[in-house]
Design a protein around this ligand. Structure first.
Ligand code: AMP
Length: 405
């Protein structure tokens, strides 16, 4: 019997999220989360297929202990990491720079390159590396594949990827627009083509990934040609806690006039801005509830959020020239009908509209919400980053196996 399972690991600085998938039918055999690693009150929550979560609280000192605890939980369900059915471990890696344009089997050279990228991803890459090293120590014989958040965006032309700053300075510090959420943009743009009954090569799609972090991308024939996040995930749309686009001189002003330090400004723009900075809430459900009660501050936050979103829809419409579909995804995009409605309101002359009844439907399936005769399809396409990571990792391992034979 050939190995068909893939374990997907998403390692943060103090957490590990995991899913075990069977690639024969993309089913989820187990999933879970280890939180507060190395802190007080570490805990593991494990959910096997069919439900019945198990929770475990106790000291988990580091990623090594976390992964061993995960392996133990999986073993209880007969899904241990020593199983011959495990084909690969797929790791989410946030920053692959310009180097990694595709999923990559991890070896020492790949690890060294991910390490070299730490200056452009100081928060994420070190944690991702720790997760990889731990998993490799546990199963050194198993292929481990890195799937990069930036990879899908490496097809952006230089005109979209470069900032208009001094080229030498930019190159010396690897400053360019990398984009993030790439796994989601890849998955959703492909799923949107499928929903339209077309091949990815045949369609142009604007993907709006609206979660707590949010980004838009313009995808021409399956290839990303622009995306809203840049050197870091701070650029672009208004997000739950991030400002998105703004005049960079705001930073100099805060330093010179506001006497704020670099770290304080970093925290302000990444953690205390966006919706939470504008109205004190970053959950769209709460914001909508407040708007419906007549709360002016929440209404202004919502309006600013929608204004920016509309600007990106218009910009990417212009970048693509012809748009076949706009796809809404992630927590807000999949659930907030009012956001979808407001984002395309008034854009009828671009062929964009939503059908109120279709937009109100709640479902986990990809679906169209535009009127039947619409020129441009508007879709809701639930994202599935773990499935995409597992699919890419498995395809690569199978490909390598085939070339070896
Ligand atoms: P994500 O980062 O994709 O997990 O998205 C999380 C965000 O989705 C939350 O902060 C909420 O703002 C939003 N969200 C989740 N469920 C709903 C819902 N039913 N209605 C509106 N927004 C939602």
């Amino acid at each position: 019997m050939s190995a068909t399972r893939v374990l997907v690991l998403n390692s943060g600085s103090s957490s590990v999220k995991y899913q075990l998938l069977d690639m024969r039918d993309s089913s989820r055999l187990a999933m879970g989360l280890v939180e507060r690693i190395g802190e007080e009150g570490s805990r593991l929550r494990h959910t096997p297929q069919g439900g019945g979560s198990r929770e475990w609280t106790g000291p988990i000192a580091d990623h090594d202990a976390a992964l061993k605890a995960v392996a133990e939980e999986l073993s209880k369900d007969g899904l241990g990491l020593d199983s011959p059915e495990l084909a690969a471990i797929g790791h989410r890696v946030v920053h692959g720079g310009k180097t990694f344009t595709e999923p990559t089997v991890i070896d020492e050279a790949v690890l060294a390159e991910i390490e070299r990228l730490i200056p452009v991803a100081p928060l994420h890459n070190p944690a991702n590396l720790t997760g990889i090293r731990t998993a490799r120590a546990l199963r050194p014989d198993l292929p481990q594949v890195a799937v990069f958040d930036t990879a899908f965006h490496t097809t952006m032309p230089e005109s979209a990827a470069r900032y208009a700053i001094d080229v030498e300075t930019a190159d010396a510090h690897r400053i360019r627009r990398y984009g993030f959420h790439g796994t989601s943009h890849a998955y959703v743009s492909r799923a949107t083509a499928k929903l339209l009954g077309k091949a990815p090569e045949e369609v142009n799609v604007i993907v709006l990934h609206l979660g707590n972090g949010a980004s838009a991308s313009a995808v021409r024939g399956g290839r990303c040609v622009d995306t809203s996040m840049g050197l870091t995930p701070l650029e672009g749309l208004v997000m739950g806690t991030r400002s998105g686009d703004m005049d960079p001189a705001v930073i100099f002003h805060l330093m010179r006039v506001g006497k704020m330090s670099t770290d304080e400004i970093d925290t302000l723009l990444n953690k205390k801005s966006g919706l939470i900075g504008l109205c004190g809430d970053n959950d769209m459900r709460e914001i909508r509830r407040r708007v419906d009660e007549g709360d002016e501050q929440a209404k202004l936050a919502f309006d600013i959020y929608i204004h920016r979103l509309k600007k990106y829809i218009g910009a990417y419409y212009a970048v693509l020239g012809r748009v076949d579909a706009i796809a809404f995804t992630a927590g807000v995009g999949e659930n907030a009908a009012r956001v979808r409605e407001a984002a395309v309101a008034g854009l009828e002359s671009l062929g964009l509209a939503v059908d109120d009844a279709l937009n109100a439907v709640r479902s986990d399936e990809p679906r169209l919400i535009s009127p039947a005769d619409a020129r441009v399809a508007v879709a809701v396409v639930p994202t599935d980053e773990e499935l995409e990571i597992a699919t890419q990792a498995y395809a690569l391992v199978e490909e390598e196996k085939a070339t070896e034979q």
